[in-house]
Design a protein around this ligand. Structure first.
Ligand SMILES: [Ca+2]
Ligand SMILES: [Ca+2]
Length: 212
């Protein structure tokens, strides 16, 4: 006959694991898994079309999120991003411990806020496997705080962006579903943001449409 203690122990162990699980931070509140050195090298693979070992000019214009990084990430001021500079920035994301960074955008047309614009923040290819996209719709004053869809979040979404480099798509559809904005704002968007730890906190980024 089985010792009753053998039957009780697995139950206790199960309870202990559940308690331990409760004490852990949920995975959604843990920083993305960055690989700084590998990502710096991969940037060259992805974007260095002229094989000079760095990313600049036309190469940066193809990835607007990295172009936005230039202002803070080009530490030797040569107008280009080296793999070491990209790795250093990613190490900064990691060491900061930031899980989410607040980000707010306002869309205006001729100075007038535009309502109902869908804003999508798409991670650049370099970080697409590490961080999630975020999206949202402008409110009555043309403002949007993009959120990340996340099934484990209590509300189903995470407010804020992961640190990283993003291309920003802006779309406004008619009631028939036709795109009202030119491709330069969405499918061919050259608008990018580098979201560094604390970089955009308390600042409102305004995009003025120029459709006319
Ligand atoms: Ca190059
Ligand atoms: Ca540089």
């Amino acid at each position: 006959m089985r010792n009753p203690i053998d039957t009780i122990l697995p139950g206790c162990l199960g309870l202990a694991l559940i308690v331990a699980g409760c004490a852990r931070r949920p995975d959604i509140m843990i920083s993305p898994k960055w690989h700084a050195t590998a990502t710096g090298k991969q940037a060259i693979e992805f974007y260095d079309d002229n094989d000079d070992g760095k990313i600049d000019d036309e190469e940066l214009r193809q990835c607007p999120g990295l172009l936005d990084l230039l202002s803070v990430g080009d530490t030797n001021s040569d107008g280009a991003l080296s793999p070491e500079e990209i790795s250093a920035r990613i190490e900064r994301y990691e060491s900061s411990g930031f899980v989410l960074v607040p980000f707010e955008l306002q869309i205006k047309d001729g100075g007038v806020p535009v309502v109902g614009v869908v804003v999508t923040m798409i991670p650049e290819k370099l970080v697409a496997d590490t961080i999630e996209p975020a999206t949202g719709v402008t409110d009555s004053v043309g403002r949007v705080i993009p959120t990340i869809d996340h099934p484990d979040a209590a509300t189903g979404v995470l407010r804020g962006l992961r640190p990283g480099m993003y291309r920003c798509e802006i779309s406004l559809k008619s009631s028939q579903g036709d795109e009202k904005l030119p491709a330069e704002y969405n499918t061919a968007s050259k608008l990018g943001f580098e979201i560094g730890p604390g970089h955009h906190i308390d600042s409102l980024n305004v995009v003025e449409l120029s459709r006319h």
